[in-house]
Write a protein that binds this ligand. Structure first.
Ligand SMILES: Cc1cc2nc3c(=O)[nH]c(=O)nc-3n(C[C@H](O)[C@H](O)[C@H](O)COP(=O)(O)O)c2cc1C
Length: 214
């Protein structure tokens, strides 16, 4: 049976729409080679600090981690974390979320509202309030959820999606090196690795050697 003309038009529109999406391999590449990247630093790496660091030679800068749930609620203080100084010529923002749909909606809004060169998803944050919600480094224990988030984010926007991870959550389990190649296929443009596991960091914190940071 022939489809109704109106229904056929709808099908054609949605297929065109899908075919117009940028494939991960077609996204603009950020060349990190030979460049000094100022890592995202919650509570430290605010806009004035980054401005000073740009003056001191930083090439690439990244905003402080913003929580997807807070951004989606429209919290002005969270959106302020995504602000860019005019001197930041290669600039990314970092977000943290636990679910593909919330992360996808967040990157969509960022693409609409901000001018950024990349969006970094924090999958390495060790702090309890984040990990207990299934975000940050808790994702290292759920590779399929990681995959869902990277694919959803990358498939939603044309801006490159980068990922921040740790070597693992627990020593010797779900090591990130077994996933790195997959992350590229899922749509991540770059992966940066913080070389200490969450469990080791938490133990060091219990011993008073350090404090947990995002
Ligand atoms: C105060 C502080 C805040 C940090 N905040 C973040 C953050 O928000 N997001 C993130 O991905 N990493 C964060 N990190 C980790 C750093 O980006 C970096 O990966 C880490 O310090 C390892 O680099 P280092 O060995 O040179 O210290 C933070 C680190 C520190 C010391």
């Amino acid at each position: 049976m022939e489809p109704e003309p109106e229904a056929a038009a709808n099908i054609e529109f949605s297929e065109n729409d899908r075919s117009l999406k940028t494939h991960p391999r077609e996204k603009k590449l950020i060349d990190f080679r030979e460049k000094l990247y100022l890592a995202p630093l919650t509570t430290v790496g605010n806009l004035p600090f980054r401005r000073v660091c740009k003056g001191l030679g930083a090439d690439i800068t990244c905003g402080e981690m913003a929580m997807c749930t807070n951004l989606l609620q429209g919290q002005a203080s969270e959106w302020a974390l995504l602000r860019r100084h005019s001197s930041e010529d290669l600039f990314g923002v970092q977000i943290c979320g636990a679910y593909p749909d919330t992360v996808a909606r967040t990157v969509e809004l960022i693409e609409q509202e901000c001018t950024v060169d990349f969006i970094d998803i924090n999958m390495g944050c060790p702090i309890d309030i984040v990990v207990n919600k299934g975000a940050g480094s808790a994702l290292l224990t759920k590779p399929m959820r990681m995959k869902g988030i990277v694919q959803a984010a990358s498939g939603t926007v044309d801006i490159p999606i980068t990922i921040k991870v740790r070597t693992a959550y627990f020593e010797g389990k779900n090591r990130i090196d077994s996933l790195i190649a997959d992350m590229g296929n899922w749509g991540a443009s770059t992966v940066t690795i913080w070389s200490i596991t969450t469990a080791t960091l938490q133990q060091a914190c219990r011993l008073g050697i350090c404090v947990p940071v995002c």
